[in-house]
Design a protein around this ligand. Structure first.
Ligand SMILES: [Fe+2]
Ligand SMILES: [Fe+2]
Length: 301
């Protein structure tokens, strides 16, 4: 076995690590717009020397708005996926039922938390930032695929949040403490989700032939391409908001668009795709699947 995760131990650590919304952000708290919010390893705004420091920070904050919105969207399809996966086995292993329902409940709490941050953001940010969607349509498109493909996308997302937290503690750029705390609290609970999703993916892959797994990987890439197109559209919206906020048109907008789209690819796809635990799940399922993933990964770096 390539891991020692089990439902009982994971539920126990989940219950120990749990936090309440008000510990992360109360309704009366405000974000600090004099600072960056996203780790620069993800936002990559400071690399754009066409922008002055104020403009770079504004773009970093727009990238934080994107983070709240994209996580809102993905958590909204994770929730029904978990409920669908739990329902056929409600009379089975008690630890499993409780662990998966607790996982679902934590994701519902995360949706709530991301919304709360979003409210605080739009309250104080000077211009409107558009978001792709509606999230129900994005969720419906993702969820129409093979559950193994969806499970793999979710597993990739769970592991990537571990990477994001590490980015936020390594960032020496004086990040807004509330945003840093968001990353830390999300990381704490997502660490357990990643273990549970590993078990879910193992169960969904069990008994499948190599050809069936290969087909699921095709669908994984279909979902990936769909999300990637959304990220590109979102990068356009982000630059619209940036131009409004800084009061000028960007001269080399296409160049900045490509760079920011690539930053989003790394944040929301690549950083999970290369995570060693995600790769380990793929290898255990099929070395050929792991090979296909490794081949695609540089596109999302
Ligand atoms: Fe979450
Ligand atoms: Fe999660």
């Amino acid at each position: 076995m390539y891991h020692d995760f089990n439902y009982e131990a994971t539920l126990e650590s989940s219950l120990r690590a749990q936090w309440q919304l008000d510990e992360v952000l109360r309704d009366d708290q405000s974000l600090d717009f004099t600072r960056n919010m996203m780790p620069e390893s993800l936002a990559r705004a400071a690399l754009l020397d066409q922008l002055n420091p104020f403009e770079q920070r504004t773009l970093n904050q727009i990238s934080a708005h994107q983070y709240l919105s994209i996580f809102g969207i993905v958590e909204e399809f994770i929730l029904p996926f978990l409920l669908d996966h739990a329902r056929p086995h409600l009379l089975g292993d008690d630890w499993r039922v409780r662990a998966i329902l607790n996982f679902a409940s934590e994701e519902a709490k995360h949706i709530h938390l991301f919304k709360r941050f979003h409210t605080a953001f739009v309250r104080d940010f000077p211009v409107e930032c558009r978001v792709i969607g509606p999230s129900e349509d994005i969720g419906a498109e993702v969820l129409k695929h093979d559950p193994l493909a969806v499970g793999l996308v979710i597993l990739m997302i769970e592991w990537m949040t571990q990477q994001h937290y590490l980015g936020s503690i390594r960032d020496d750029g004086d990040l807004d403490p509330l945003f840093k705390s968001l990353m830390r609290h999300h990381w704490m609970e997502e660490a357990q989700h990643a273990k549970l999703d590993t078990l879910i993916v193992d169960a969904l892959a069990e008994g499948r032939s190599e050809a069936e797994i290969d087909k699921a990987i095709d669908e994984f890439f279909e979902i990936g391409a769909f999300l990637d197109a959304g990220l590109k559209q979102q990068a356009e919206f982000n630059l619209d908001a940036l131009e409004k906020a800084i009061g000028r048109k960007l001269e080399n907008r296409d160049e900045i668009l490509d760079q920011q789209h690539q930053a989003a690819r790394w944040t929301y796809i690549g950083s999970g795709m290369v995570h060693e635990r995600f790769v380990a799940s793929l290898k255990a399922m099929s070395p050929a699947a792991a090979g296909r993933m490794a081949e695609a990964a540089p596109m999302f770096a």
